[in-house]
Write a protein of this length. Sequence first.
Length: 530
Amino acid sequence: MRDLTVCLIWRRRHIKRNPIRLKKSFDVIVVGAGGSGLAAAYSAAEVGASVLILEKRPQPGGTTGIAVGSFTAAETSLQRVAKIDDHWQDHAEDVSKFATADLECRNNQVLREFFLQHAAETLHWLQSLGISYVGPQPEPPNRVARMHNVVPGAKAYIATLQLALQKKQAKLVCQAAVESLLEQDGRVIGVSATVDGQAESFRARRGVILAGGDYANNPDMIAKYKGSQFRHIEGINPDATGEGHWLAEQVGAQLLNMDVTYGPELRFISSSRAPFQQFLPVTGIKARWLGQLVRHLPRWAMQRMIKRLLVTWQHPENALFDDGAILVNRAGERFTDETKWPSREIAVARQPAKEAFILLDGRLVNRYSQWPHFISTAPEISYAYVDDYRRLRPDVTILGNSLEEIAALPHFRHRPQALVETVNQFNAVIQTSRSDQFGRADFGHSLDSGPWVLLGPLKAYFTTTEGGAAINQRCEVLDQRGMAIPGLFAVGQNGLGGMILWGHGLHIAWAMTSGRLAGQAVMRNRTGNA
Protein backbone atom coordinates (compact mmCIF):
# COMPACT_ATOMS: atom_id res chain seq x y z
CA MET A 1 0.00 0.00 0.00
CA ARG A 2 2.94 2.35 0.68
CA ASP A 3 3.90 2.07 -2.99
CA LEU A 4 0.47 3.36 -3.99
CA THR A 5 0.14 6.36 -1.70
CA VAL A 6 2.81 8.23 0.17
CA CYS A 7 1.87 8.15 3.84
CA LEU A 8 0.37 11.16 5.53
CA ILE A 9 2.65 11.84 8.50
CA TRP A 10 6.18 10.58 9.23
CA ARG A 11 8.11 11.22 12.36
CA ARG A 12 11.22 13.31 11.79
CA ARG A 13 13.71 10.60 12.68
CA HIS A 14 11.94 8.12 10.41
CA ILE A 15 12.15 10.53 7.49
CA LYS A 16 15.92 10.80 7.94
CA ARG A 17 16.32 7.06 7.69
CA ASN A 18 13.72 6.50 5.00
CA PRO A 19 13.20 9.76 3.06
CA ILE A 20 10.15 10.08 0.83
CA ARG A 21 11.19 9.21 -2.71
CA LEU A 22 9.05 10.38 -5.59
CA LYS A 23 9.32 10.50 -9.32
CA LYS A 24 10.12 14.08 -10.24
CA SER A 25 7.90 14.11 -13.33
CA PHE A 26 4.20 13.32 -13.67
CA ASP A 27 1.55 13.81 -16.30
CA VAL A 28 -0.61 15.83 -13.91
CA ILE A 29 0.05 17.61 -10.63
CA VAL A 30 -2.97 18.54 -8.49
CA VAL A 31 -2.56 21.19 -5.79
CA GLY A 32 -4.99 20.34 -2.99
CA ALA A 33 -6.67 17.14 -1.83
CA GLY A 34 -10.20 18.32 -1.09
CA GLY A 35 -13.20 17.16 -3.08
CA SER A 36 -12.37 18.98 -6.31
CA GLY A 37 -8.70 17.99 -6.20
CA LEU A 38 -9.36 14.30 -5.60
CA ALA A 39 -12.05 14.30 -8.31
CA ALA A 40 -9.64 15.92 -10.77
CA ALA A 41 -6.87 13.50 -9.87
CA TYR A 42 -9.06 10.44 -10.29
CA SER A 43 -10.57 11.71 -13.54
CA ALA A 44 -7.07 12.16 -15.00
CA ALA A 45 -5.88 8.80 -13.65
CA GLU A 46 -8.97 7.17 -15.11
CA VAL A 47 -7.71 7.98 -18.62
CA GLY A 48 -4.17 6.82 -17.95
CA ALA A 49 -2.39 9.80 -16.35
CA SER A 50 0.36 9.50 -13.79
CA VAL A 51 -0.83 11.83 -11.03
CA LEU A 52 0.74 13.57 -8.04
CA ILE A 53 -1.53 15.24 -5.47
CA LEU A 54 0.08 17.70 -3.05
CA GLU A 55 -1.85 18.59 0.11
CA LYS A 56 -0.60 21.11 2.70
CA ARG A 57 -2.50 19.54 5.61
CA PRO A 58 -1.65 16.25 7.39
CA GLN A 59 -4.64 14.56 5.72
CA PRO A 60 -6.90 15.08 2.70
CA GLY A 61 -10.44 16.41 2.91
CA GLY A 62 -10.51 20.20 2.65
CA THR A 63 -13.81 21.99 3.08
CA THR A 64 -15.59 19.11 1.37
CA GLY A 65 -14.57 16.85 4.24
CA ILE A 66 -16.38 19.00 6.82
CA ALA A 67 -19.45 19.83 4.70
CA VAL A 68 -22.89 18.24 4.79
CA GLY A 69 -22.27 17.02 1.24
CA SER A 70 -25.45 17.85 -0.67
CA PHE A 71 -25.20 17.63 -4.46
CA THR A 72 -27.82 19.61 -6.40
CA ALA A 73 -28.45 18.63 -10.03
CA ALA A 74 -31.17 18.12 -12.62
CA GLU A 75 -31.93 15.13 -14.89
CA THR A 76 -30.57 12.58 -12.41
CA SER A 77 -31.35 8.88 -12.06
CA LEU A 78 -32.79 9.45 -8.57
CA GLN A 79 -35.16 12.05 -9.98
CA ARG A 80 -36.32 9.53 -12.57
CA VAL A 81 -36.93 6.96 -9.85
CA ALA A 82 -39.02 9.59 -8.04
CA LYS A 83 -40.88 10.28 -11.32
CA ILE A 84 -39.61 13.88 -11.40
CA ASP A 85 -39.43 15.30 -14.90
CA ASP A 86 -36.61 17.84 -14.88
CA HIS A 87 -34.28 19.64 -17.28
CA TRP A 88 -31.00 21.43 -16.74
CA GLN A 89 -32.38 24.49 -18.53
CA ASP A 90 -35.09 24.76 -15.86
CA HIS A 91 -32.44 24.35 -13.19
CA ALA A 92 -30.41 27.20 -14.71
CA GLU A 93 -33.48 29.42 -14.62
CA ASP A 94 -34.25 28.55 -10.98
CA VAL A 95 -30.68 29.04 -9.76
CA SER A 96 -30.84 32.64 -10.94
CA LYS A 97 -33.54 33.31 -8.31
CA PHE A 98 -31.40 32.53 -5.25
CA ALA A 99 -29.14 35.58 -5.21
CA THR A 100 -30.15 39.23 -5.11
CA ALA A 101 -30.44 41.01 -8.45
CA ASP A 102 -27.32 43.11 -7.94
CA LEU A 103 -25.30 39.97 -7.24
CA GLU A 104 -26.89 37.78 -9.90
CA CYS A 105 -26.01 40.31 -12.60
CA ARG A 106 -22.34 39.54 -11.95
CA ASN A 107 -22.78 35.84 -12.71
CA ASN A 108 -21.01 34.09 -15.59
CA GLN A 109 -24.18 32.72 -17.12
CA VAL A 110 -22.52 30.77 -19.95
CA LEU A 111 -20.22 28.89 -17.59
CA ARG A 112 -22.97 28.22 -15.03
CA GLU A 113 -25.25 26.75 -17.70
CA PHE A 114 -22.36 24.59 -18.91
CA PHE A 115 -21.82 23.35 -15.35
CA LEU A 116 -25.49 22.57 -14.73
CA GLN A 117 -25.69 20.73 -18.03
CA HIS A 118 -22.91 18.35 -16.87
CA ALA A 119 -23.77 18.04 -13.15
CA ALA A 120 -25.99 14.96 -13.48
CA GLU A 121 -23.26 13.12 -15.40
CA THR A 122 -20.93 13.79 -12.47
CA LEU A 123 -23.43 12.51 -9.91
CA HIS A 124 -23.81 9.28 -11.90
CA TRP A 125 -19.99 9.03 -12.16
CA LEU A 126 -19.72 9.30 -8.37
CA GLN A 127 -22.46 6.69 -7.94
CA SER A 128 -20.48 4.34 -10.18
CA LEU A 129 -17.58 4.66 -7.71
CA GLY A 130 -19.86 3.50 -4.87
CA ILE A 131 -21.12 6.78 -3.41
CA SER A 132 -24.76 6.64 -2.30
CA TYR A 133 -27.38 9.38 -2.11
CA VAL A 134 -30.86 9.84 -0.72
CA GLY A 135 -33.42 12.22 -2.13
CA PRO A 136 -33.81 14.32 -4.04
CA GLN A 137 -35.09 16.88 -1.54
CA PRO A 138 -36.86 20.18 -2.36
CA GLU A 139 -35.30 23.59 -1.92
CA PRO A 140 -37.31 26.58 -3.11
CA PRO A 141 -37.11 28.44 -5.45
CA ASN A 142 -36.18 25.23 -7.29
CA ARG A 143 -39.44 24.18 -8.94
CA VAL A 144 -38.77 20.48 -8.31
CA ALA A 145 -36.64 18.48 -5.86
CA ARG A 146 -32.98 18.52 -6.92
CA MET A 147 -30.93 18.23 -3.73
CA HIS A 148 -29.24 14.82 -3.40
CA ASN A 149 -27.78 14.12 0.06
CA VAL A 150 -24.72 11.88 0.30
CA VAL A 151 -24.80 8.93 2.73
CA PRO A 152 -23.60 9.04 5.45
CA GLY A 153 -21.93 12.43 4.89
CA ALA A 154 -19.38 14.35 2.84
CA LYS A 155 -16.45 12.28 4.12
CA ALA A 156 -17.76 9.59 1.76
CA TYR A 157 -16.47 11.66 -1.16
CA ILE A 158 -12.99 11.86 0.30
CA ALA A 159 -12.71 8.21 1.36
CA THR A 160 -14.16 6.83 -1.87
CA LEU A 161 -11.97 8.94 -4.15
CA GLN A 162 -8.86 8.14 -2.07
CA LEU A 163 -9.43 4.42 -2.45
CA ALA A 164 -10.12 4.80 -6.16
CA LEU A 165 -6.87 6.76 -6.57
CA GLN A 166 -4.88 4.08 -4.77
CA LYS A 167 -6.07 1.54 -7.33
CA LYS A 168 -4.81 3.87 -10.09
CA GLN A 169 -1.41 4.16 -8.37
CA ALA A 170 -1.73 7.90 -7.95
CA LYS A 171 0.56 9.47 -5.37
CA LEU A 172 -0.87 11.57 -2.56
CA VAL A 173 1.62 13.54 -0.47
CA CYS A 174 0.39 15.39 2.60
CA GLN A 175 2.21 18.08 4.55
CA ALA A 176 3.32 19.34 1.14
CA ALA A 177 2.80 23.08 0.67
CA VAL A 178 3.13 24.37 -2.89
CA GLU A 179 5.16 27.59 -2.80
CA SER A 180 5.17 28.58 -6.48
CA LEU A 181 4.34 27.51 -10.01
CA LEU A 182 7.26 26.80 -12.35
CA GLU A 183 7.16 28.46 -15.78
CA GLN A 184 9.07 28.04 -19.00
CA ASP A 185 8.47 29.93 -22.27
CA GLY A 186 5.11 31.20 -20.98
CA ARG A 187 3.89 27.78 -19.85
CA VAL A 188 3.29 26.37 -16.40
CA ILE A 189 5.49 23.27 -16.29
CA GLY A 190 5.39 22.24 -12.64
CA VAL A 191 5.51 23.32 -9.01
CA SER A 192 7.96 24.09 -6.27
CA ALA A 193 6.85 22.74 -2.90
CA THR A 194 7.98 22.21 0.67
CA VAL A 195 7.45 18.55 1.52
CA ASP A 196 7.72 18.00 5.25
CA GLY A 197 10.27 20.77 5.54
CA GLN A 198 12.28 19.88 2.44
CA ALA A 199 12.28 21.95 -0.77
CA GLU A 200 11.20 19.89 -3.78
CA SER A 201 10.35 20.59 -7.43
CA PHE A 202 8.03 18.48 -9.56
CA ARG A 203 7.40 18.64 -13.29
CA ALA A 204 3.94 18.28 -14.87
CA ARG A 205 4.06 17.01 -18.45
CA ARG A 206 0.40 17.76 -19.18
CA GLY A 207 -0.56 20.40 -16.66
CA VAL A 208 -1.05 21.64 -13.10
CA ILE A 209 -4.56 21.72 -11.61
CA LEU A 210 -5.20 24.20 -8.80
CA ALA A 211 -7.66 22.80 -6.26
CA GLY A 212 -6.70 24.63 -3.09
CA GLY A 213 -10.15 25.67 -1.85
CA ASP A 214 -11.40 29.11 -0.87
CA TYR A 215 -9.85 32.02 1.06
CA ALA A 216 -12.49 32.50 3.79
CA ASN A 217 -9.85 32.29 6.52
CA ASN A 218 -7.28 34.56 4.91
CA PRO A 219 -7.76 37.93 6.69
CA ASP A 220 -5.39 39.79 4.36
CA MET A 221 -7.19 38.58 1.24
CA ILE A 222 -10.60 39.27 2.79
CA ALA A 223 -9.50 42.79 3.77
CA LYS A 224 -8.01 43.46 0.32
CA TYR A 225 -11.08 42.49 -1.67
CA LYS A 226 -14.03 42.88 0.72
CA GLY A 227 -12.96 45.55 3.17
CA SER A 228 -10.80 45.90 6.27
CA GLN A 229 -13.86 45.87 8.54
CA PHE A 230 -14.25 42.14 7.79
CA ARG A 231 -10.67 41.24 8.66
CA HIS A 232 -11.47 39.71 12.06
CA ILE A 233 -14.19 37.34 10.81
CA GLU A 234 -12.99 33.75 10.53
CA GLY A 235 -13.62 31.15 7.87
CA ILE A 236 -15.60 28.07 8.86
CA ASN A 237 -12.64 26.02 7.61
CA PRO A 238 -9.48 27.29 9.35
CA ASP A 239 -7.32 25.90 6.54
CA ALA A 240 -9.12 27.81 3.76
CA THR A 241 -6.37 30.36 3.24
CA GLY A 242 -6.42 30.97 -0.50
CA GLU A 243 -3.06 29.59 -1.67
CA GLY A 244 -4.56 28.49 -4.98
CA HIS A 245 -5.81 32.00 -5.72
CA TRP A 246 -2.42 33.46 -4.84
CA LEU A 247 -0.59 30.96 -7.08
CA ALA A 248 -2.90 31.76 -9.99
CA GLU A 249 -2.44 35.49 -9.50
CA GLN A 250 1.35 35.15 -9.48
CA VAL A 251 1.35 33.86 -13.07
CA GLY A 252 -1.04 36.52 -14.35
CA ALA A 253 -4.47 34.95 -13.84
CA GLN A 254 -7.59 37.07 -13.91
CA LEU A 255 -9.50 36.82 -10.61
CA LEU A 256 -13.25 37.43 -10.58
CA ASN A 257 -15.82 38.28 -7.84
CA MET A 258 -13.20 38.28 -5.11
CA ASP A 259 -15.38 40.50 -2.90
CA VAL A 260 -18.30 38.04 -2.97
CA THR A 261 -18.59 35.80 0.08
CA TYR A 262 -21.12 33.38 1.52
CA GLY A 263 -21.60 35.18 4.81
CA PRO A 264 -20.61 36.48 7.20
CA GLU A 265 -23.20 34.72 9.28
CA LEU A 266 -23.58 33.71 12.90
CA ARG A 267 -23.06 30.05 13.75
CA PHE A 268 -22.79 28.15 16.98
CA ILE A 269 -19.34 26.81 17.66
CA SER A 270 -18.76 23.20 16.65
CA SER A 271 -19.47 20.46 19.13
CA SER A 272 -16.47 18.73 20.68
CA ARG A 273 -18.32 15.44 20.23
CA ALA A 274 -17.63 13.52 17.04
CA PRO A 275 -20.70 13.61 14.78
CA PHE A 276 -22.60 10.35 14.58
CA GLN A 277 -21.87 10.04 10.83
CA GLN A 278 -18.18 9.59 11.65
CA PHE A 279 -18.92 6.11 12.94
CA LEU A 280 -20.82 5.01 9.83
CA PRO A 281 -19.17 3.20 6.89
CA VAL A 282 -18.35 5.51 3.99
CA THR A 283 -17.02 3.01 1.44
CA GLY A 284 -17.54 -0.56 0.29
CA ILE A 285 -20.47 -2.94 0.56
CA LYS A 286 -21.51 -1.66 4.00
CA ALA A 287 -21.79 1.90 2.70
CA ARG A 288 -23.90 0.78 -0.28
CA TRP A 289 -26.12 -1.23 2.05
CA LEU A 290 -26.47 1.84 4.29
CA GLY A 291 -27.51 3.91 1.27
CA GLN A 292 -30.24 1.42 0.42
CA LEU A 293 -31.40 1.28 4.05
CA VAL A 294 -31.63 5.06 4.44
CA ARG A 295 -33.85 5.34 1.36
CA HIS A 296 -36.44 3.17 3.12
CA LEU A 297 -36.31 4.75 6.57
CA PRO A 298 -39.62 6.15 7.87
CA ARG A 299 -39.98 9.91 7.68
CA TRP A 300 -39.59 10.37 11.46
CA ALA A 301 -36.22 8.60 11.40
CA MET A 302 -35.00 10.69 8.47
CA GLN A 303 -36.12 13.86 10.24
CA ARG A 304 -34.15 12.86 13.33
CA MET A 305 -30.99 12.38 11.26
CA ILE A 306 -31.50 15.64 9.38
CA LYS A 307 -32.15 17.61 12.56
CA ARG A 308 -28.85 16.42 14.02
CA LEU A 309 -27.10 17.81 10.94
CA LEU A 310 -29.24 20.94 11.10
CA VAL A 311 -28.27 21.97 14.62
CA THR A 312 -24.63 21.26 13.80
CA TRP A 313 -24.30 23.36 10.64
CA GLN A 314 -27.09 25.91 10.23
CA HIS A 315 -27.20 29.45 11.55
CA PRO A 316 -29.82 30.98 13.87
CA GLU A 317 -32.56 32.82 12.01
CA ASN A 318 -32.60 36.63 11.88
CA ALA A 319 -36.23 36.51 13.03
CA LEU A 320 -35.01 35.73 16.55
CA PHE A 321 -33.57 39.23 16.84
CA ASP A 322 -36.47 40.92 15.10
CA ASP A 323 -38.71 39.34 17.76
CA GLY A 324 -36.64 40.71 20.64
CA ALA A 325 -33.75 38.33 21.36
CA ILE A 326 -30.53 40.06 22.33
CA LEU A 327 -26.82 39.35 21.84
CA VAL A 328 -24.48 39.62 24.83
CA ASN A 329 -20.74 39.09 25.22
CA ARG A 330 -18.89 37.32 28.03
CA ALA A 331 -19.16 40.50 30.12
CA GLY A 332 -22.96 40.12 29.97
CA GLU A 333 -23.30 43.29 27.90
CA ARG A 334 -25.01 44.14 24.62
CA PHE A 335 -22.65 45.56 22.01
CA THR A 336 -24.55 46.04 18.72
CA ASP A 337 -27.88 46.48 16.97
CA GLU A 338 -28.86 42.82 16.72
CA THR A 339 -31.12 43.36 13.71
CA LYS A 340 -28.51 44.82 11.32
CA TRP A 341 -26.41 42.62 9.00
CA PRO A 342 -23.41 42.61 8.54
CA SER A 343 -22.54 45.14 11.26
CA ARG A 344 -23.85 42.59 13.78
CA GLU A 345 -21.37 39.95 12.57
CA ILE A 346 -18.52 42.46 12.46
CA ALA A 347 -19.29 43.44 16.06
CA VAL A 348 -19.35 39.80 17.23
CA ALA A 349 -15.91 39.23 15.70
CA ARG A 350 -14.57 42.13 17.76
CA GLN A 351 -15.72 40.72 21.12
CA PRO A 352 -13.42 38.83 23.51
CA ALA A 353 -12.66 35.41 22.01
CA LYS A 354 -14.83 36.56 19.06
CA GLU A 355 -17.81 34.99 20.87
CA ALA A 356 -21.34 36.02 21.83
CA PHE A 357 -24.56 34.52 23.22
CA ILE A 358 -28.26 34.81 22.34
CA LEU A 359 -30.67 35.37 25.25
CA LEU A 360 -34.34 34.32 25.00
CA ASP A 361 -37.03 34.93 27.60
CA GLY A 362 -40.06 32.73 28.27
CA ARG A 363 -42.15 34.36 25.54
CA LEU A 364 -39.45 33.69 22.91
CA VAL A 365 -38.79 30.17 24.21
CA ASN A 366 -42.48 29.37 23.74
CA ARG A 367 -42.65 31.12 20.35
CA TYR A 368 -39.61 29.26 18.96
CA SER A 369 -40.82 25.86 20.10
CA GLN A 370 -43.27 25.24 17.26
CA TRP A 371 -44.04 26.06 13.64
CA PRO A 372 -43.84 28.59 12.06
CA HIS A 373 -41.10 29.97 14.32
CA PHE A 374 -37.82 28.05 14.36
CA ILE A 375 -34.24 28.72 15.43
CA SER A 376 -32.70 27.27 12.26
CA THR A 377 -33.82 25.51 9.11
CA ALA A 378 -32.92 23.68 5.96
CA PRO A 379 -35.87 25.13 4.01
CA GLU A 380 -38.66 22.67 3.18
CA ILE A 381 -36.58 19.83 4.65
CA SER A 382 -36.45 20.27 8.41
CA TYR A 383 -36.79 22.85 11.19
CA ALA A 384 -35.04 23.02 14.56
CA TYR A 385 -36.77 24.45 17.63
CA VAL A 386 -35.68 25.16 21.22
CA ASP A 387 -36.25 21.57 22.34
CA ASP A 388 -34.17 20.26 19.41
CA TYR A 389 -31.22 22.39 20.50
CA ARG A 390 -31.64 21.35 24.13
CA ARG A 391 -31.65 17.68 23.12
CA LEU A 392 -29.02 17.69 20.35
CA ARG A 393 -26.75 20.62 21.31
CA PRO A 394 -26.74 20.79 25.12
CA ASP A 395 -23.23 22.24 24.82
CA VAL A 396 -24.68 25.49 23.42
CA THR A 397 -28.15 25.50 25.07
CA ILE A 398 -28.78 26.29 28.74
CA LEU A 399 -32.21 26.62 30.39
CA GLY A 400 -32.70 28.64 33.59
CA ASN A 401 -35.85 29.40 35.54
CA SER A 402 -34.65 32.88 36.47
CA LEU A 403 -32.44 35.48 34.84
CA GLU A 404 -30.22 35.40 37.95
CA GLU A 405 -29.66 31.70 37.36
CA ILE A 406 -28.44 32.41 33.79
CA ALA A 407 -26.31 35.33 35.02
CA ALA A 408 -24.58 33.04 37.54
CA LEU A 409 -23.27 30.75 34.77
CA PRO A 410 -19.47 30.48 34.32
CA HIS A 411 -19.92 32.28 30.98
CA PHE A 412 -20.35 35.55 32.94
CA ARG A 413 -18.21 34.79 35.97
CA HIS A 414 -16.33 38.09 35.84
CA ARG A 415 -19.51 40.21 36.16
CA PRO A 416 -22.46 38.02 37.20
CA GLN A 417 -24.78 40.99 37.77
CA ALA A 418 -24.05 42.60 34.41
CA LEU A 419 -26.53 40.43 32.51
CA VAL A 420 -29.39 41.45 34.80
CA GLU A 421 -28.43 45.11 34.39
CA THR A 422 -28.26 44.70 30.60
CA VAL A 423 -31.78 43.26 30.41
CA ASN A 424 -33.15 46.00 32.68
CA GLN A 425 -31.55 48.68 30.47
CA PHE A 426 -32.92 47.02 27.33
CA ASN A 427 -36.45 46.98 28.76
CA ALA A 428 -36.17 50.58 29.95
CA VAL A 429 -35.34 51.80 26.44
CA ILE A 430 -38.37 49.95 25.05
CA GLN A 431 -40.66 51.68 27.56
CA THR A 432 -39.41 55.10 26.46
CA SER A 433 -39.88 54.26 22.74
CA ARG A 434 -36.51 55.65 21.76
CA SER A 435 -33.49 54.17 20.01
CA ASP A 436 -30.63 52.78 22.08
CA GLN A 437 -26.92 53.62 22.02
CA PHE A 438 -26.41 51.25 19.06
CA GLY A 439 -29.09 52.90 16.94
CA ARG A 440 -31.63 50.11 17.36
CA ALA A 441 -35.17 51.46 17.35
CA ASP A 442 -37.21 48.34 16.53
CA PHE A 443 -37.11 46.10 19.60
CA GLY A 444 -40.01 43.69 19.19
CA HIS A 445 -40.90 43.04 22.84
CA SER A 446 -39.31 43.48 26.22
CA LEU A 447 -37.61 40.52 27.93
CA ASP A 448 -39.81 39.90 30.95
CA SER A 449 -39.97 36.45 32.52
CA GLY A 450 -38.64 32.90 32.44
CA PRO A 451 -37.89 30.26 31.68
CA TRP A 452 -34.79 31.76 30.07
CA VAL A 453 -32.58 30.12 27.45
CA LEU A 454 -29.00 31.07 26.65
CA LEU A 455 -27.74 29.93 23.24
CA GLY A 456 -24.03 29.94 22.51
CA PRO A 457 -21.25 30.61 22.28
CA LEU A 458 -21.56 31.56 18.64
CA LYS A 459 -19.14 33.29 16.28
CA ALA A 460 -19.27 35.11 12.97
CA TYR A 461 -18.00 33.06 10.05
CA PHE A 462 -17.51 33.17 6.33
CA THR A 463 -18.82 29.85 5.04
CA THR A 464 -17.01 30.12 1.73
CA THR A 465 -15.88 32.66 -0.84
CA GLU A 466 -17.25 33.07 -4.33
CA GLY A 467 -14.18 34.58 -5.98
CA GLY A 468 -11.94 32.54 -8.25
CA ALA A 469 -9.79 32.46 -11.33
CA ALA A 470 -11.39 33.09 -14.70
CA ILE A 471 -11.57 29.82 -16.61
CA ASN A 472 -12.97 28.46 -19.86
CA GLN A 473 -15.07 25.32 -20.29
CA ARG A 474 -11.89 23.20 -20.27
CA CYS A 475 -11.12 24.63 -16.81
CA GLU A 476 -8.01 26.34 -18.21
CA VAL A 477 -7.07 29.46 -16.25
CA LEU A 478 -7.38 32.71 -18.20
CA ASP A 479 -5.10 35.72 -18.03
CA GLN A 480 -6.05 39.39 -18.01
CA ARG A 481 -6.70 39.30 -21.78
CA GLY A 482 -8.97 36.28 -21.51
CA MET A 483 -6.35 33.96 -23.02
CA ALA A 484 -5.61 30.52 -21.54
CA ILE A 485 -2.41 30.26 -19.49
CA PRO A 486 -0.80 27.15 -21.03
CA GLY A 487 -0.50 24.24 -18.63
CA LEU A 488 -2.64 25.72 -15.83
CA PHE A 489 -6.12 24.54 -14.82
CA ALA A 490 -8.34 25.42 -11.82
CA VAL A 491 -11.28 23.61 -10.22
CA GLY A 492 -13.68 24.03 -7.32
CA GLN A 493 -13.33 27.29 -5.43
CA ASN A 494 -10.06 28.09 -7.20
CA GLY A 495 -11.83 28.03 -10.57
CA LEU A 496 -15.30 29.45 -10.03
CA GLY A 497 -14.86 31.51 -13.16
CA GLY A 498 -17.20 34.32 -12.14
CA MET A 499 -20.16 32.07 -11.30
CA ILE A 500 -22.56 32.88 -8.48
CA LEU A 501 -23.57 29.58 -6.83
CA TRP A 502 -26.12 30.49 -4.18
CA GLY A 503 -28.22 27.63 -2.80
CA HIS A 504 -27.39 24.35 -1.10
CA GLY A 505 -25.50 21.64 -2.95
CA LEU A 506 -24.11 23.72 -5.80
CA HIS A 507 -20.56 24.15 -4.50
CA ILE A 508 -20.12 20.40 -3.99
CA ALA A 509 -21.66 19.77 -7.41
CA TRP A 510 -19.24 22.26 -9.00
CA ALA A 511 -16.25 20.87 -7.09
CA MET A 512 -16.91 17.37 -8.38
CA THR A 513 -18.01 18.41 -11.88
CA SER A 514 -15.10 20.77 -12.49
CA GLY A 515 -12.70 18.15 -11.12
CA ARG A 516 -14.07 15.48 -13.45
CA LEU A 517 -13.98 17.75 -16.49
CA ALA A 518 -10.53 19.18 -15.74
CA GLY A 519 -9.03 15.73 -15.32
CA GLN A 520 -10.28 14.81 -18.78
CA ALA A 521 -9.26 18.14 -20.32
CA VAL A 522 -5.70 18.13 -19.00
CA MET A 523 -5.10 14.76 -20.66
CA ARG A 524 -6.37 16.16 -23.96
CA ASN A 525 -3.85 18.97 -23.58
CA ARG A 526 -1.87 18.40 -26.80
CA THR A 527 0.57 21.16 -25.94
CA GLY A 528 1.73 19.42 -22.82
CA ASN A 529 5.31 19.67 -21.59
CA ALA A 530 7.80 17.23 -23.07
